[in-house]
Ligand binder design. Structure first.
Ligand SMILES: [Zn+2]
Length: 500
């Protein structure tokens, strides 16, 4: 499973695959397929356990991706291979941890590593020698400059592995497995929607009523705001020493409370560029306590724009409504699926936001009316038969366009797959509110079951009863959870669940 983190710091699933084995060839296929599914995008960084075959495949296929090893797994292996050392020397764990996390300069790290080997008579230790050879994958001194959303372990992936066991059973065949896996994905999306709604309806409590915190509360999601606020609190305990000044650039030394090391921060007064040697911003996307200490001293009352990463903001999704041509594919049918998904995603966001406010609802309805007319006019003029072959049954009038918005997750099927009856209610897991709301419509939907095999996108032509406002956003949520049925071949087992 490929997992990541969203703007609410929740774990999200990018994709999943069932693998026959764990050889280099299989991982090579996996990484190739993942990139295809992500429209050619490769991750900036990836965290794995110490699997040699995976490392080799990553180096082959994603050489520009920063490959880091899970710190937790390294500790586990250290405890196994150096159990005697851990028992005999109480300070070893602290020194080992310090080598992983603390150093900002490569020379300091190498000195500390060699000192540790001599102190505990570990020079020549086979396991540590092998670990040292791959130091660039685990020592933070080599990874500080690469963004990884502050993730240093594969704990999120492990948690998701544990979570999936609540949804699926080893007794399931492949299709049933994916149906229940889809439930997991839908629940994760529902959790994100809940966090999104909560963030839009409330403001976080400020520890201090200071301007920079007010600014952070306005722009960041509650979880990210909490991280920022914690850093600001730490800043108050840091000691600051002015070091040097050259033109508009000032240099400071910042010493965290109770620590015996210092960080170097440079500040440029022309553009508020603030760089800290700990590189927390580069690593986690949030300004560190040391940089905030300097900004406070320089009387900067808001977070400089260049230090607000869009990915951590409340409005990250609202701001993503732009034509995405970079991920276009050459296959016209896949291109339609991609465009359809993108439109559904944006409309879900719009409905989620607008449904809570009468005025916002009216604005959306007015704009949609206008959009419907313009789209109708555009479609009438369009000469390409390729698009009409697939979507014209529902795209030729405004009322029928409404039907397209109201259909839910059975409308897209991958060619060549026989559709089985959907298994409902076989799990003891309590249903979430969205599932309860959509249950009745699903029952109705099964009555409208379509042909058993489809070659292209299939949209039901049965009339759909117009839904009242209270159900509108829920319908759109259901639309967003497009399910794809999977042929039993490895190539198609990977499912795109979320865009990076
Ligand atoms: Zn710092």
């Amino acid at each position: 499973m490929f997992v990541g983190v969203n703007h609410h710091k929740q774990t999200i699933i990018f994709g999943a695959a069932l693998l026959y084995d764990e050889t280099i060839q299989t991982f090579t296929w996996l990484f190739d397929t993942f990139v295809k599914a992500m429209s050619g995008k490769k991750p900036k960084s990836i965290l794995t356990d110490q699997d040699a075959a995976m490392s080799t495949a990553l180096a082959l296929k994603w050489p520009e991706t920063s490959h880091r090893l899970c710190i937790w797994h390294i500790y586990q292996n250290a405890a196994k291979h150096l159990s005697g050392v851990f028992e005999k020397f109480k300070d070893f764990s602290k020194d080992f941890s310090s080598c992983i996390y603390d150093y900002e300069d490569e020379g300091d790290f190498l000195n500390a590593w060699n000192s540790m080997l001599e102190k505990y008579t570990l020079v020549g230790n086979d396991w540590l020698s092998r670990l040292f050879k791959i130091r660039e994958k685990w020592a933070l001194v080599y990874g500080r400059q690469t963004f990884c959303a502050d993730i240093t372990t594969t704990q999120r992936s492990e948690s998701m592995n544990s979570c999936i066991k609540k949804y699926v059973s080893y007794k399931y065949d492949l299709l049933r497995f994916f149906q229940h896996f889809q439930r997991l994905v839908e629940d994760r999306r529902y959790e994100e929607l809940k966090a999104e709604f909560k963030a839009s309806q409330s403001s976080p409590t400020l520890s201090f009523p200071v301007e920079i915190l007010k600014h952070a509360a306005n722009v960041y999601t509650p979880k990210v705001f909490k991280v920022f606020q914690d850093e600001l609190c730490k800043a108050y305990d840091c000691a600051l020493h002015f070091n040097d000044e050259m033109g508009t650039i000032s240099k400071y030394e910042v010493i965290p409370y109770g620590k015996n090391w210092k960080h170097t921060v440079t500040f440029d007064s022309t553009n508020n560029v603030t760089l800290c040697s700990c590189k927390k911003f580069e690593f986690a996307g949030i300004l560190c306590a040391h940089a905030l200490k300097v900004l406070s001293t320089r009387n900067v009352k808001s977070i400089p724009a260049q230090y607000i990463l869009k990915r951590w903001t409340k409005n990250v999704k609202a701001m993503s409504a732009k034509i995405n041509s970079s991920s276009s594919t050459n296959d016209p049918k896949l291109e339609i699926v991609r465009r359809y998904r993108e439109l559904c995603r944006l409309h879900t966001q719009l409905a989620t936001r607008a449904a809570g406010c009468g005025k916002a609802y009216e604005i959306v309805i007015q704009q949609l009316n206008q959009t419907f007319y313009e789209v109708d006019a555009c479609l009438k003029e369009k000469s390409s038969q390729e698009t009409f072959e697939v979507i014209s049954p529902v795209m030729n009038s405004r009322s029928e366009l409404n039907e397209c918005i109201n259909v839910d997750d059975d409308i897209i099927k991958v060619r060549g797959i026989k559709i089985k009856e959907r298994v409902v209610g076989s799990s003891k897991r309590p249903k979430n509110a969205l599932e309860k709301l959509t249950k009745k419509r699903r029952t109705r939907k099964t009555e409208l079951q379509h042909s058993s095999s489809v070659d292209s996108i299939c949209v039901p032509t049965t009339k759909v009863v117009p839904t009242p406002l209270s159900e509108f956003s829920q319908e759109l949520v259901a639309v967003n959870n497009l399910s794809m049925e999977f042929p039993v071949s490895m190539v198609n087992l990977l499912q795109v669940l979320h865009c990076i």
